[in-house]
Design a protein around this ligand. Structure first.
Ligand code: TRP
Length: 329
């Protein structure tokens, strides 16, 4: 019996991943490598569904790939690859799009949210069919489990529906995947607005893995805190303090009461500095340095990308072949 298989993807749409990405997703990716047969992909095809710049995209794809290696994705244990380098993704997406209802695709809430700003007239058809491409990513590798955030639940439901529909019509072709929704408890909030999830769109409240250590310290020192002065985990009344305590917990894995007990008779300022230094030492310094070292040798990175794409393509090609035969190509 082989290990159960897993696939997940991340978009190269930022210059750096942030600690919310790490604690909310990437750390689970790393851990699953011991128990699962893992496929992890930098989804650059998805990254062109909204406005983009080719040079920046290329750089971000490379940096994303390097950061995944830096945080602990092991290219020998797992299959780590760039989506556009495996042509079967686009090929399967086309076939699946012919099995997706127009209305069905139109019900995807992420599309509706993303078009709210610019309006449908200015949104691409690629943005509309984005979830079908995501389904192709997953189904090509016969993934049983897909670690994603809560916001991706509906896309996973569509993926399952498409797999079941295709299997019913043509016989068992795809594994029907399960969403593996990463626990809320690991959710890191914006340092400037601790009611919102940490996000690259609010850079002052967002701690990027590639931030310089002194920039990180400054972000922690200016983190928004709450009224009162007691340091206690109370997300409703003390969202700012609770977010800092959650970050400590994410790093050290201690009980909340143990963490709180270290701050009796200490002030908010002490907590901010403690959290900042902890994040710098345990996360930023090691991951940043490793990423920089990897980026310094672009040939080596390109060769890792090629190896990953070849490994992925072996699996993807077998699935696509059976799909093509079944539909009469
Ligand atoms: N849509 C996902 C996100 O924005 C990224 C993604 C693309 C993905 N393909 C995937 C996630 C396949 C899991 C599996 O987070």
């Amino acid at each position: 019996m082989g290990k159960p298989s897993v696939l997940s993807g991340i978009q190269p749409t930022a210059d750096s991943f942030h600690i919310g990405n790490y604690f909310g997703a990437l750390r689970q990716w790393v851990q699953m490598q011991d128990t699962h047969d893992c496929f992890y992909t930098v989804v650059d095809l998805h990254a062109i569904t909204s406005e983009f710049d080719p040079k920046i995209l290329k750089k971000r794809t490379l940096t994303s790939f390097a950061q995944l290696l830096a945080v602990g994705i092991d290219s020998l244990k797992s299959t780590l690859f760039v989506q556009s380098q495996v042509p079967q993704h686009a090929q399967l997406a086309w076939v699946l799009s012919c099995f997706t209802g127009f209305g069905e695709a139109g019900r995807m809430t992420q599309f509706k949210d993303k078009t709210q700003k610019g309006g449908q007239e200015r949104s691409s058809v690629g943005l509309f069919t984005y979830p079908i491409l995501q389904a192709a990513d997953i189904l090509l590798y016969q993934a049983q489990s897909v670690p994603v955030g809560e916001d991706q639940r509906q896309h996973l439901e569509l993926t399952r529906d498409l797999a079941i529909r295709f299997n019913n019509q043509f016989g068992k072709t795809f594994v029907v995947p399960e969403a593996f929704i990463v626990k809320e408890s690991a959710k890191i909030l914006d340092l400037q607005d601790p009611t919102a999830k940490m996000s690259k769109s609010s850079p002052q409240g967002c701690v990027f893995i590639l931030d310089e250590p002194d920039v990180v310290m400054k972000k922690f020192k200016t983190a928004l805190t709450d009224s009162g002065k007691e340091i206690k985990y109370d997300p409703t009344n003390k969202p700012g303090i609770s977010n800092l305590l959650s970050i400590i917990k994410a790093v050290t894995n201690e009980d909340m009461t143990t963490i709180e007990s270290q701050f009796v008779n200490k002030g908010y300022g002490d907590l901010k500095i403690y959290t900042g230094e902890l994040v710098v030492e345990k996360i930023i310094k090691p991951f940043r340095e490793k990423t920089m070292t990897l980026l310094a040798d672009e040939n080596q990175l390109n060769s890792l990308m090629n190896d990953g794409a070849q490994k992925a393509e072996k699996v993807a090609a077998a699935t696509l072949k059976s799909v093509y035969e079944k539909v009469g190509f």
